[in-house]
Ligand binder design. Structure first.
Ligand code: SF4
Length: 702
């Protein structure tokens, strides 16, 4: 006898529906959910192997552990002991140094319910806004840009727009590998419509370029120059939507003045691409009835990430390609629930339901709803700031939940040194692998995917329900339950939920009357409908709202979208004679983040088994480097030593390292973030992970 469950993949932000079959022995098998509107039965290599990550518990944390002295090993303790001590230490630190001396660093892989209670605990009861997540490293520039241009953090379009577009511009992204099932839809749409144009801008010729009509192999950091140049051509050739600009936008005159300053020839030279390619790209957009732009980390992970986002959104605003089928800007979320985290305000500058900290009315509403203390106005520490604050002693305690910052943070050796200085470190985690555990005073074992229930929201605002299918191993508990037990130990009220449904119901009530209103959307409805796109209130007969801004009324005070103007420069630390190459980092097809889960699956190592440096043959020849030679990549931040992979698919002057690998056998020389730096976008706080000046040389064993 088999049991069958419908749930959602916990890897990327595409949000595919998964069917899990469980046999009498408890063994699991997964397949794509044919009825799910996102994937229609398809799964990528990571999704197809999800069950192995659950069934193999050999690496799982099973019991709470604790130690009083970092020189000694941690001892197994009860949940009571672990949470009692954690609460005691937090109370002492808060009493001595104030609430801003503690911080919580969570994950875009947390369920919405988990995000909600962490945010409520930190902002509503502890009294600090020091709650941030690894989503800061992923999409915070897109959040800021949407807000600045459209008035709120709102993804305007949906996946069904793909089939209705005839021009798709992919900027700084490799969805063929990183959002594979979404990309299958693009491939199918292009196969069905030979007139559809695909344009990719990326310093690397990735798998995504396989179906591209135009590949703009631009120099890293020149995206704004490119987007401005396209805007310049569209304006110069009369291909803007005059009526839309007049009626629904502000700022066009200043934008026109800005983008017309630079000639196309000059822009092409800066970007390192042919001028004709810019003209052809702009002409494709001009001819399109439906124009979609998709982007991820190439734009977001930049010292000018918000401007890169805005410059691309501007192309939609000057052509009116927004709020209609087949058109709109579309930031793809990397993590499965980065969107859900945004909905509950799970970043250092946000409050639930897209409310903001600097609005006194918003703070008062949330405080009254939660019934806790006054919510501080000052934004909390962002991801990278937390580690700076540990370094300089402002922050005494950090609680890390479902994230592996000692692989994923920029300038990671500095982050590791900072964590060593922390007075108290709590790590709430499923796996015994993350490097953070080395510094943990308290370890709290957490339940993984399929071991807990809750909801997530994918990149197109689609909320899906995730079933609990099996029980967590050992004494591991769902993250929300751990947080609620701790909150009660701290003496806070309002954390006595009897199930995740109770947390979800509270979150839903807090959205009432906001632009992400999901009033009436309970678990029962979600299970019946499988998924719903917010906003949902008032659309209960259907499955929510696929497309925003169809009335062209934006969420700004004037209801007009804002076309922002700014210079096109990049503020990354530039290359120099000592560090002449630009390092960019990214993902590979079959691994997820820091490999805590996908690294357990042998099949997923068959594609690429080890870290490598992709380098152009000409750059390699200048350094006497041959294929598979061990090379040393270095700069002031640190060193990486991996095999060279020579490829003319990467632009000369640029090198690439995958970001997944951390320490192996006590060597951290695979870790790409040894080389990245702490520079962040000044608006979003998102790190500049796509641009670091480095030198490369062949490694000779001493
Ligand atoms: Fe999971 Fe993303 Fe693959 Fe879909 S595309 S199966 S959500 S990893």
């Amino acid at each position: 006898m088999q049991a069958s469950f419908k749930t959602t993949c916990c890897y990327c932000g595409v949000g595919c529906g998964v069917v899990v079959q469980q046999d009498r022995q408890g063994r699991l098998q997964v397949s794509g959910d044919k009825d799910h509107p996102v994937n229609r039965g398809m799964l990528c290599s990571k999704g197809m192997n999800l069950h192995y990550t659950v069934m193999d518990t050999s690496d799982r944390l099973l019991y709470p552990e604790m130690r009083y002295n970092r020189q000694l090993p941690r001892q197994r303790v009860s949940w009571e002991q672990a949470l009692e001590r954690t609460a005691a230490v937090f109370r002492t630190i808060i009493a001595q140094h104030g609430p801003d001396a503690v911080a919580f660093y969570a994950s875009g892989q947390c369920l919405t319910e988990e995000y909600y209670v962490i945010n409520k605990l930190v902002k509503g009861f502890i009294g600090t806004n020091n709650i941030d997540t690894n989503s800061r490293l992923c999409m915070s520039s897109a959040v800021a840009a949407y807000k600045m241009a459209l008035g709120e953090d709102s993804v305007p379009i949906c996946y069904d727009d793909i089939e209705q577009a005839d021009c798709i511009f992919v900027a700084g992204a490799n969805p063929a590998w990183c959002h594979p099932i979404l990309w299958r839809r693009v491939e199918a749409a292009k196969a069905a419509n030979p007139d559809m144009k695909i344009i990719v801008s990326d310093p690397r010729s990735t798998q995504t370029c396989a179906i591209a009509d135009i590949h703009l192999q631009l120099n890293p950091g020149t995206d704004i120059v490119l987007h401005h140049a396209i805007g310049c051509w569209l304006i110069g050739h009369g291909h803007t939507d005059h009526d839309f600009i007049q009626q629904h936008t502000e700022g066009f005159d200043a934008y026109r003045e800005t983008v017309m300053q630079r000639s196309l020839a000059e822009a092409a030279a800066i970007c390192g691409i042919p001028e004709t390619a810019i003209r052809e790209t702009a002409a494709c957009i001009a001819r399109a009835n439906g124009f979609i732009s998709m982007w991820t980390m190439g734009l977001n992970q930049s010292a000018v990430g918000v401007r890169k986002n805005l410059s691309l959104i501007n192309l939609h605003l000057i052509t009116g390609h927004i709020g209609k089928p087949g058109s709109g800007p579309f930031s793809l979320t990397g993590q499965p629930n980065a969107m859900g985290g945004r909905e509950v305000g799970g970043l250092a500058n946000l409050l639930p339901a897209h409310r903001v900290l600097n609005n006194p009315q918003h703070r008062a509403e949330v405080q009254a709803f939660w019934g806790g203390g006054a919510i501080a106005e000052k934004p909390g520490l962002t991801a990278t700031d937390m580690f700076t604050a540990l370094e300089d002693g402002r922050l005494k305690a950090i609680w890390i939940i479902g994230s592996n910052p000692l692989v994923s943070l920029p300038d990671v050796r500095r982050a590791e040194a900072a964590l060593q200085k922390a007075k108290f470190v709590v790590v709430q985690e499923i796996s015994n692998k993350p490097e953070t555990l080395r510094y943990a005073d308290v370890v709290l074992p957490a339940a993984a995917w399929a071991e807990k229930e809750g909801t997530m929201t994918n990149a197109e605002r689609r909320i899906s329900y995730l079933h609990q299918i099996t029980t967590p191993p050992g004494q591991a508990l769902p993250d929300a339950e751990i947080i609620c037990r701790f909150a009660q130990k701290m003496g806070y009220h309002g954390f006595d939920y009897t199930s995740p449904a109770g947390i979800y119901e509270e979150h839903v009530r807090l959205t009432a009357g906001t632009r992400i209103d999901i009033s009436g959307l309970d678990y029962e409805t979600l299970r019946a409908k499988r998924s719903v796109q917010w906003p949902y209130a008032g659309t209960k007969a259907g499955n929510g709202t696929p497309r925003l801004f169809t009335d062209h009324r934006f969420y700004t005070p004037t209801e007009k979208a804002i076309i922002h103007s700014f210079e096109d420069g990049n503020s990354s630390a530039p290359v120099c004679p000592e560090l002449p190459l630009i390092l960019t980092t990214g993902r590979i097809r079959d691994q997820w983040h820091t490999m805590t889960k996908t690294g357990k699956v042998g099949k997923l190592k068959q594609h690429i088994a080890a870290a490598f440096l992709e380098i152009h043959p000409a750059d390699a020849a200048e350094r006497n480097i041959a294929q598979d030679d061990i090379v040393e990549v270095r700069n002031a931040q640190g060193t990486v030593r991996v095999k060279a992979q020579l490829s003319s698919r990467i632009k000369k002057g640029v090198v690439f390292l995958p970001m997944h690998w951390g320490k192996i056998l006590h060597s951290d020389l695979n870790r790409a973030n040894n080389l990245t730096h702490n520079r962040v976008d000044p608006v979003s706080g998102q790190p500049d992970l796509k641009f670091a000046a480095v030198q490369v040389q062949r490694y000779e064993k001493p």
